[in-house]
Design a protein around this ligand. Structure first.
Ligand code: ATP
Length: 203
């Protein structure tokens, strides 16, 4: 589809360190439920909100390409990894608004990220540029399930339906460091890439 004809563009950011089956399930849900013409996967450059350092962007970009390869209408967008300084979603949305002035933007998030939205850089401006769309997420590392708590009154908030998948990149990294299998939590091409490049050997 030519850039000028894209009307509905989704933006799905994350560390994708590594990308896993829940990321792909969320992408599928967003494409279908938001009737997106395109979903842009945007691996973060410098995650201002994560304390550990991320795997080099070149690997996370390539793993994202492999993980989402089978989904039509998905593109991996490297822009945040090319930007110096912290990766702020608001900057990405402003750039996309300039590049695709005819399109409506949808910001796709899991529940944990949505709960933290209030602390995001220039958070209050985001609903002016994009519809915020939140997928439920089960947190099996907490005693209770995640709350539905979101920063009060996000204008135009949409919920996305997806099956609960008890998977996180943290758990996958730990399993890899302990030489445990990560099938079926990551797709085979991603697992192969991880093995070939000796990623996540240490927790
Ligand atoms: P980590 O464990 O390293 O924090 P993660 O598994 O949460 O990683 P991210 O790359 O941080 O993965 O997540 C990108 C986006 O995908 C976030 O919006 C997050 O909420 C969402 N997401 C990740 N895993 C799930 C899941 N199991 N269910 C629903 N959403 C998810």
């Amino acid at each position: 589809m030519a850039a000028g004809t894209l009307r509905r563009i989704g933006v799905f950011g994350g560390a994708f360190d590594p990308p896993h089956i829940a990321h792909v399930a969320l992408a599928r849900a967003a494409l279908a439920q938001l009737q997106l013409d395109q979903l842009r996967i945007v691996p973060t450059g410098k995650a201002w909100h994560k304390s550990r350092s991320l795997t080099p962007a070149v690997h996370r970009l390539e793993m994202a390409r492999l993980a989402f390869a089978e989904l039509d209408r998905v593109v991996v967008d490297p822009r945040e990894t090319l930007r110096s300084g912290p990766s702020y979603t608001v900057d990405t949305l402003l750039e996309l608004r300039t590049e695709y002035p005819q399109a409506q933007l949808f910001l796709v998030l899991g529940q944990d990220q949505a709960e933290a939205l209030g602390s995001w850089h220039r958070f209050s401006e985001i609903p002016e540029f994009a519809t915020i769309c939140v997928a439920a997420r089960t947190d099996f590392t907490r005693a209770r399930g995640m709350s539905d708590a979101l920063p009060a009154e996000i204008p135009g908030l949409r919920r996305l339906e997806m099956p609960p998948l008890e998977v996180s990149a943290t758990d996958i990294r730990l399993r890899l460091a302990q030489r445990q299998t990560v099938s079926p939590l990551v797709f085979e091409p991603v697992a192969r890439y991880i093995a070939q490049h000796h990623l996540y050997q240490f927790a």
